[in-house]
Design a protein around this ligand. Structure first.
Ligand code: AMP
Length: 249
């Protein structure tokens, strides 16, 4: 069973991003970039399936700038066997990524595609669902457990108020939630080994796909600054303020 994992290069989750002065987006010049955390979980899940003898090959796919090769190298260091970079400097939105991933899936013919539930930069949470629709494959989103047996994936999903267990016939799409696993610490020997693993570079035009954006960002602004809090001397004052100022009781 071949498994594809989709990995996106995003601003590192520790970076506090700043909005550009012209409000056209956030400033990503000179900030640390990393693999989207949910995608690390996806690569870890695929690697564990390989280690358990359920998967034969794990292919990491990234769409974006040349620098996304670094993200693919991280995936290879976690345990993916090879990488595919769909290289473009176009601003990629979920529909374009889903079309590009569909083209790679049609070429590679995997039985399982694992994506993150959302990218922490655009917070769209759409790509896995769009890909499942384009391929007309079953999907299980927000997975906290994946089991593969006899051409079926049994996936536990985190839903409001509990867990839901669904059974999908392969080939299928799964998106990862935070509690699916804890990605391994990438060691130096695995980073060295990853340097020797192959990465194929293709272009959207190789698949006849136009990745240009369909949506236009009108403006991006900082959240309103919160007012400073005040200390109240006693409960009576607190209740009074909740009644007269906050008007919540
Ligand atoms: P989103 O729909 O943008 O929130 O992204 C959901 C998931 O789709 C991510 O966690 C990735 O697994 C995948 N994805 C989104 N954009 C890309 C990209 N440019 N390259 C590879 N995978 C991506």
């Amino acid at each position: 069973m071949k498994v594809i994992t989709a990995v996106k290069r995003v601003v590192d989750y520790n970076v506090k991003v700043r909005v550009k002065a012209d409000e056209s987006g956030v400033d990503i010049g000179n900030v640390k970039m990393s693999m989207n955390p949910f995608d690390e979980i996806a690569v870890e899940a695929a690697t564990r399936l390989k280690e358990a003898g359920k998967a034969t090959e794990v292919i990491a796919v990234s769409c974006g700038l040349t620098q996304s090769q670094e993200t693919l190298r991280t995936a290879l260091a976690i345990g993916a066997d090879r990488g595919v970079l769909v290289e473009t400097d176009a601003e990629l939105q979920p529909l374009a990524v889903a079309k590009l991933l569909k083209a790679v899936v049609e070429k590679e013919q995997p039985q399982l595609v694992i994506l993150g539930k959302q990218a922490i930069d655009d917070d769209a949470g759409q790509t896995g669902q769009l890909l499942a629709a384009l391929l007309d494959w079953p999907q299980a989103t927000f997975a906290s457990n994946i089991e593969i047996n006899d051409g079926t994936a049994t996936v536990t999903r985190e839903v409001d108020g509990g867990l839901e267990v669904v059974s999908l016939r392969l080939p299928a799409i799964v998106t990862t939630d935070l509690r699916l696993n804890e990605p391994r610490y990438v060691t130096l020997p695995s980073i060295m080994k990853a340097k020797k693993k192959p990465i194929d570079v293709v272009k959207p035009s190789d698949f006849g796909i136009d990745p240009s954006p369909r949506l236009k960002t009108l403006k991006v602004v900082e959240p309103a600054v919160r007012k400073a809090g005040v200390m109240v001397p006693d409960v009576a004052t607190l209740v009074e303020k909740l009644k007269t100022e906050a008007k919540v009781i």
